[in-house]
Write a new protein. Structure first.
Length: 257
């Protein structure tokens, strides 16, 4: 009996160590994802889209559309990154580290070359894009509106049901945000993180980071969009990326976090 009990103890210890390792992996991935997303998204195109649309339309509708797009994009990016785990971890770990170093150097160079009011150009570009979408929406209303009234209740009911469930503003916020995010630095970063960190931690951290940035844009609107220093955020972002790359020198690829 004593021999059996002495053999059972190490199994219990191994299970505890495995659980602790998993928890640390999730926390590390969560912190990495949320910090990287914040420095990537503040002052980014998706930030300005949410800020400007929230000034013109219902804030909750804009927030819902933008967050659905960003949440979907985060999940897709995590899946892309997780798919690369079929490659031995030692390769993905150091390749992702090299990519972090490249992203960090590029962001630092971009930030140092930027003028203090660099964000205004992107802000004006987004305003023009949203204005164009508004004009298209108004043309659609003018074309459909009178026809619906003249054609009687038979055609108005389906349109009202469609608008009740999916607002055109919701669709516009979703579409603009999704297209702006596709191929963006934050998407590429999420893919890279998911290849080397705990995918659940990356998914949760990335989604929370997007929630914070988009919520800030929706609540603050133009005031935050005009006062935020894209140059400062870009330089800080470069430092964060380089810090993650530098930390890889002291962490083993097989450590699990």
């Amino acid at each position: 009996l004593q021999k059996g009990s002495s053999q059972a103890a190490p199994v219990h210890i191994v299970n505890e160590e495995s659980a602790d390792k998993t928890n640390l992996g999730f926390i590390h991935a969560f912190v990495a994802a949320i910090s990287v997303i914040i420095v990537s998204e503040l002052g980014d195109k998706t930030f300005f889209i949410a800020a400007i649309m929230a000034m013109r339309y219902n804030r909750l509708t804009v927030l819902a559309g933008a967050m659905l797009a960003l949440g979907l994009m985060t999940c897709l990016s995590v899946l892309f990154g997780y798919a690369t785990t079929v490659i031995p971890r030692v390769y993905t770990y150091y390749v992702s580290t090299a990519l972090f170093a490249i992203f960090g150097i590029r962001m630092l160079r971009e930030g140092l070359k930027m003028s203090p009011d660099e964000g205004q150009e992107e802000l004006e570009e987004v305003q023009a894009e949203i204005k164009k979408k508004d004009e298209e929406l108004q043309r659609t209303k003018l074309l459909n509106g009178p026809g619906d009234v003249e054609s009687g209740p038979g055609t108005t009911i389906p349109q009202k049901k469609w608008l009740h469930f999916i607002s055109p503003i919701f669709v516009q916020a979703f579409t603009l945000t999704f297209l702006a995010e596709w191929g963006d630095r934050s998407q590429l970063t999420t893919i890279v993180l998911a290849a080397r960190e705990d995918p659940y931690g990356v998914a949760v951290g990335g989604t929370v980071g997007h929630c914070l940035c988009t919520g800030l844009a929706v609540i603050g609107g133009r005031m935050i969009a005009q006062k935020i220093s894209v140059r400062t955020v870009t330089i800080i972002g470069g430092i964060v990326f380089l810090a993650f790359a530098f930390s890889a020198l002291f962490i083993s690829p097989d450590s699990g976090f």
